[in-house]
Design a protein. Structure first.
Length: 96
């Protein structure tokens, strides 16, 4: 799936069935459902789940918790706009 195809599904009422959970979390986030995005992300083990979890806590404004999850993901906490980070995370996860 391309980034453009992924973002095209945001208008749908449910995420595509074949998406990895980390992408489902980002899909819900883009739909404005932070709680569902967080619920999905917190159940994903490994660096990818930690990265999405970190992004979500950064978006929430909980920078201390976000910093913990960025460390777990092996990444530095970005300081740029959230939309740019969201796009970068989605593109990286889609490329895998």
């Amino acid at each position: 799936m391309t980034f453009e195809e992924f973002t095209g599904t945001i208008a749908d009422s449910v995420p595509p069935v074949h998406l990895a959970p980390v992408l489902v979390a980002l899909w819900h986030d883009r739909k404005g459902d932070w709680d569902e995005a967080h619920r999905v992300a917190q159940d994903v083990e490994g660096a990818e789940g930690a990265w999405v979890h970190a992004y979500l806590h950064r978006k929430e404004g909980d920078h201390g918790n976000a910093a913990y999850w960025y460390r777990r993901a092996g990444r530095s906490a970005p300081t740029g706009p959230l939309d740019i980070e969201w796009e970068a995370v989605v593109k990286a996860l889609l490329a895998q």
